[in-house]
Structure formats: structure tokens, C-alpha cells
Design a protein around this ligand. Structure first.
Ligand code: DP6
Length: 372
């Protein structure tokens, strides 16, 4: 018999918490719709263990405008040995989305035992252009997890809002790690951190401490530098952290940066905020450049934009900064009171580096909404 370590045992017990009691209601068919946002990490999740357990804690701003809306229609069928579902994006059937959803269903079946008793139609659309290079896995997987939780709620009769959100985040994580940070807003922590009591590797929680006025309505303008498919998927990138020469130090650094952010959020120190956020973005890409095989997701225009931001900050008193996700696009973060000046700067000096001059204006948001 394999002996479990204490932390493995804890994880195991916590997972049990999400296995439902036998359902008290029956349901023949119906449909539910959720709209769920994307999010942008300040401390990055890069590297994971088995079962979608992150190697380090991360924290993100939930976005407001960038979101996925998903309608899940379901009809009862005899329990089958296979999952039965079809997927549509903007009304067009998307068989190439099916393997990822199939994997998701396999991972969550133990927690949602009704899955094989229904046929599902998944109809989804994004507020942002499909080919914008913006990852839709966070918003997409969280929207689907929320729809499934709405079905479970109907089957169970009573589920508290807290349990609903926690389990939706737990399920979303099994679809795509960062998706667990998209259920609520406006700042979400995922991954166990010693200074944050209720933090968990299994789901995201609302950031529990004081946040200074400076961060209210923080803006995120996303510059679309490259709208093409990424050459290396996040999943492959995460896996490359397993044999990575700098992995252990990087995971420690993420813990340290989380601790620093706690006092930064409290005091509103934007200069210190900028240092952490930009360093996290560049560290993420440094991990990509130093893995084996190595790869580069930034494009020349990504660097042009970063340099322009640094000059602008030197010349003005601006608190603008950048972050990156696993791609070439640049997220420009800034306080709401700088909106007019920064938009002027973006239009005059940065849009020229965007593909077809495209950018998306977004800001901090407060999480997913049930539409129907
Ligand atoms: C760089 O959540 O897309 O955006 O769990 O394999 O689906 P999977 O990975 P994913 O990774 C996101 C990585 C990141 C950083 C972050 O959002 O924290």
C-alpha cells in the first residue's frame, strides 16, 4: 500500500469534499447560460504537478469586458460509457474543441456523476475576436464549469453560493488552471501561500486583505501584437518546468512576490507594484527562453512596446506598466485617473505596433454572471 504524505492526504480529503451526495431531484432537460470573464495574472502560474496542482501560488485581476458566454443545453439519455456532447462557437460546430472538453469531462466525472446521463449541446461565443491571440481557455472553461454547477444545483436542491463558487472554481481548474481565477473578482489568489490562510491549490479565493484606493477600477488595455496561434501551448510550457534548471528558485520567487504584493496592495505603492508585475512578466518569458527545448513567444513589436512604456514612464510621472501572458500581446495596466493621458499615448505611439492597429480596452471586473 502506498503511504500518502501529509499534504497529499490533505489534498485527497479536500477533493472528497467536492464529491456530491446522491442527488435528491431528477431533471429531464433544460438549458443554462453563464458569462465568465478572462483574467490577467500579476504573479504568474507557470509549472504544475499532476491533477492540475500549481507549483506556485498566483494572483490575478479578473477582467470585465473580455469574456465567454456559454449556453449548455442538456437532455436526459440512458447512461452510456462515453460522454455525449457537441460544441459550437458562434453557431459553427467545432469538432477541434472536443478533445479538450473530453479531457475536462474525464477529469471532473468523479465530482459530477450526472455527466454520462445526459447529452449536452455547448454553444459558446467570446466578446473578443476569436483570432485575437487572447487565451479563451480561462473564460471558456470557467463558463462551462459554472453551467455544469447550475445543473448540479438543480439536481441537488440546495447548494450555498459559497460552495457553488468554490466548486465551480475547483472544476474550472481541472479544465485549465488559470480558469479557476475567473469565477469571482476582483483580485483572486490560487495556490497555497503561507500568509494567506484560506488559500488553496484546488481553487481560487477572493483576495482576503485590504486593497488601497489606487487599485480601484484599474485599467487593462490589451495590445494585440500577434493574433496567430501560439507555436507552443501553455500545457507544453508548463511541462517544460519539470526539468527546468531554474524551476525551484522561480517557484520560491513567486511566493516572495506574493508576500510583497500583500503590503503593496495595502499601502498603494504603485512604484513597487510596477516592479513586481513587470518582473513577473519577464520572468515568465525568461523561463520559456531557458527551458529545453527553449522558445520565444514575444515578437519584435512586444519589445518595441515595452521600451516605449519605459520611456514614457521616465518622461512623465505615469504609473503605467506592462504584463504579458503566454504570447506576444501586451497588457498595459494603469490607474483609472491616468486613463485619458494613457489612451492618448497608446493611440499616438503604440497602436502602430499592433496587428491591424487592434487593441482591447478592459478593466478590473467582478466575476461571472448567470444569464439564464
Ligand atoms: C502564462 O491556465 O492556460 O497565462 O492549466 O495548462 O490550461 P493550463 O494552463 P493555463 O496557463 C496560463 C499561464 C499564464 C499565467 C497565468 O495565467 O497565471
Amino acid at each position: 500500500m502506498k503511504l500518502l504524505s501529509l499534504s497529499e492526504l490533505e489534498l485527497h480529503m479536500n477533493r472528497e469534499y467536492f464529491i456530491p451526495k446522491p442527488y435528491s431531484k431528477t431533471l429531464d432537460n433544460g438549458s443554462v447560460t453563464w458569462s465568465s470573464p478572462s483574467n490577467i495574472a500579476l504573479v504568474k502560474y507557470w509549472g504544475k504537478k499532476e491533477h492540475q496542482i500549481p507549483e506556485n501560488p498566483s494572483i490575478s485581476f479578473t477582467l470585465d469586458y473580455c469574456k465567454t458566454t456559454t449556453t449548455l443545453s442538456f437532455s436526459k439519455q440512458e447512461d452510456t460509457s462515453e460522454f455525449s456532447f457537441e460544441v459550437f462557437l458562434d453557431g459553427i460546430e467545432k469538432d477541434d474543441f472536443k478533445p479538450k472538453i473530453e479531457t475536462f469531462f474525464i477529469r471532473i466525472e468523479a465530482y459530477l456523476p450526472f455527466l454520462k446521463g445526459y447529452h449536452f449541446k455547448i454553444e459558446t461565443s467570446n466578446s473578443f475576436p476569436h483570432s485575437s491571440g487572447i487565451a479563451s481557455s480561462a473564460s471558456g472553461m470557467s463558463a462551462l464549469a459554472l453551467c455544469l454547477m447550475s445543473i448540479e444545483k438543480q439536481l441537488s436542491g440546495d447548494i450555498s453560493e459559497a460552495y457553488f463558487n468554490q466548486k465551480a472554481s475547483f472544476l474550472a481548474r481541472l479544465g485549465s488552471g488559470s480558469a479557476c481565477r475567473s469565477i469571482e473578482g476582483d483580485l483572486i489568489v490560487w495556490g497555497t501561500h503561507q500568509d494567506i490562510n484560506d488559500s488553496s491549490d484546488l481553487y481560487g479565493i477572493k483576495y482576503p486583505f485590504d486593497v488601497h484606493e489606487n487599485f480601484k477600477n484599474y485599467q487593462d488595455t490589451i495590445l494585440l501584437v500577434d493574433k496567430g496561434e501560439k507555436q507552443v501551448s501553455s500545457t507544453v510550457g508548463h511541462n517544460l518546468m519539470h526539468e527546468h534548471p531554474f524551476a525551484e528558485r522561480r517557484f520560491e520567487q513567486a511566493h516572495e512576490n506574493m508576500s510583497k504584493l500583500i503590503s503593496i496592495f495595502k499601502t498603494g505603492d504603485l512604484d513597487a507594484f510596477i516592479k513586481i508585475v513587470e518582473s513577473e512578466a519577464l520572468t515568465l518569458h525568461a523561463m520559456m527562453m531557458t527551458s529545453m527545448p527553449y522558445f520565444i513567444l514575444m515578437k519584435p513589436n512586444t519589445l518595441e512596446i515595452i521600451n516605449k512604456i519605459w520611456s514614457y514612464r521616465n518622461e512623465t510621472n505615469s504609473k503605467i506598466c506592462f504584463t504579458l501572458d503566454a504570447g506576444a500581446n501586451v497588457h498595459i495596466l494603469y490607474p483609472e485617473n491616468e486613463m485619458e493621458n494613457v489612451m492618448e499615448f497608446i493611440k499616438n505611439e503604440l497602436v502602430a505596433y499592433c496587428q491591424n492597429e487592434h487593441y482591447i480596452s478592459d478593466q478590473i471586473g467582478f466575476g461571472a454572471n448567470q444569464i439564464q
